[in-house]
Design a protein around this ligand. Structure first.
Ligand SMILES: Cc1cc2nc3c(=O)[nH]c(=O)nc-3n(C[C@H](O)[C@H](O)[C@H](O)COP(=O)(O)OP(=O)(O)OC[C@H]3O[C@@H](n4cnc5c(N)ncnc54)[C@H](O)[C@@H]3O)c2cc1C
Length: 364
């Protein structure tokens, strides 16, 4: 069995698809009796074996569904994808405050990662917007929240499934916009991009660096949910219904699937950098990189964000998430060269007080 990274392979002794929290309890009991590891798996979109095991694979997609949608909150089973969450909440005019750029990942999977999105500069991570969780720990289902078992609540968010299996989450919801306006703002370099990101009054912000004949070209996509002013320097705009905006990766994903790029190995490097050192690390890293090192469909993202209280994420204060999302395409750098470069990036990040986002593919 592999994950989206396509680098690590594990053959589980058994795969279980629990349909209730009690079946999760049962599977974990079996694992304990047989002295096997048990690892929950959402959509398997992490990239370095985080959801893989030679023991018991808990396929959490069997535990999906959204209940009790009400102003302010909804309860989602852990294997529900964010696409399914939106399908349940948007008819009520509601949405989670933070959505990942890609909707086909699970509530349990991204809470266990942290869950960064375009609104994270305002609202932090998805793990910051949970009213409560149900977690299987020590053979039973245990509720936890900022007030009830706060230590367990702290360990499972960003905990990569190693401190308990999340079976359901009470998600905070906010009013969803009907339509949004995305503005493209070119930037001179990484420092300019971060300076502009800081000053933008936009609801959703993402930065990107793209290879160009003269090196790297930087730009910001700043998305307005209301009637705010178009940012200065905007060169293009696009108005979309909110759902089409939230699901904006879908056409690209379909193209990558058709091209075969989606199935290739993805040695993704993602690091949190302290704000004041981020531009240097980004520029140094990209100066040494060519399209050959990134792969045919590789993408480089830069996102300044706010993090609330998610201790397991271990991000520096005022972090910038620098994501070098590589594809080992034919004729490009090999997986092992890409992994070595990822490790060098992590070392560079650590040297300035940064950390890795642990759903990436960085050898320790
Ligand atoms: C195309 C693409 C775009 C992405 N965009 C973003 C993005 O915008 N923001 C972002 O933050 N990340 C992003 N990611 C990374 C992704 O969010 C993480 O890999 C996330 O973990 C994926 O969720 P999943 O359901 O696939 O989880 P998996 O990859 O299946 O699992 C991830 C980790 O969570 C654990 N886990 C899974 N379910 C549970 C559970 N119920 N209880 C406890 N632990 C559990 C697993 O054991 C594993 O350690 C992206 C990935 C891809 C492939």
């Amino acid at each position: 069995m592999r994950d989206f990274g396509g680098i690590v392979e594990r053959v589980p002794a058994r795969s279980v698809r629990p349909r209730s929290a009690d079946e999760v309890v049962e599977a974990l009991r079996e694992a304990r009796t047989r002295r096997l590891d048990a690892v929950p798996r959402g959509c398997g979109h992490s990239t370095f074996g985080q959801s893989l095991t030679n023991g018991i694979c808990l396929d959490m997609r069997g535990l999906a569904g959204v209940e009790d949608v009400a102003p302010g909150h909804a309860v989602a089973a852990a294997g529900t994808t964010w696409r399914e969450v939106l399908a349940a909440t948007l008819p009520h005019g509601l949405a989670p405050p933070v959505l990942t750029d890609f909707l086909d990942v699970t509530v349990g999977g991204t809470i266990s990662a942290g869950g960064v999105g375009g609104t994270s500069h305002l609202h932090g991570t998805q793990a910051d917007h949970l009213l409560a969780l149900d977690v299987v720990e020590d053979g039973r289902v245990v509720p936890c929240s900022p007030r009830v078992r706060p230590e367990l609540f702290g360990e499972v968010r960003g905990g990569l499934g190693r401190h308990g299996v999340i079976t359901s989450a009470t998600l905070r919801l906010v009013p969803a916009p009907e339509r949004v306006l995305t503005c493209t703002v070119p930037c001179r370099d990484a420092a300019d991009l971060l300076r502009l990101q800081d000053g933008l009054a936009a609801d959703d912000v993402s930065g990107q660096a793209k290879p160009s004949p003269d090196g790297w070209r930087y730009e910001i996509k700043a998305t307005l949910y209301g009637d705010g002013p178009v940012p200065p320097g905007t060169t293009g705009t696009e108005e979309l219904p909110f759902l089409a905006f939230a699901d904006r990766m879908r056409p690209d994903v379909e193209e990558l699937v058709a091209l075969g790029e989606w199935a290739r190995p993805h040695p993704w490097a993602m690091v949190f950098l302290p704000r004041e050192r981020a531009a240097d690390v980004i520029e140094t890293t990209l100066k040494g990189m060519t399209p050959h090192d990134l792969g045919l469909s590789g993408v480089v993202l830069v996102k300044a964000l706010r993090v609330g209280h998610v201790p397991m994420l271990a991000a520096p204060p005022e972090p910038v998430l620098f994501s070098v999302l590589k594809t080992a395409s034919p004729g490009c750098a090999s997986v092992s060269d890409m992994l070595a470069a990822n490790r060098a990036l992590l070392d560079r990040a650590r040297a300035v007080g940064g950390t890795g986002y642990r759903v990436g593919a960085i050898p320790d």
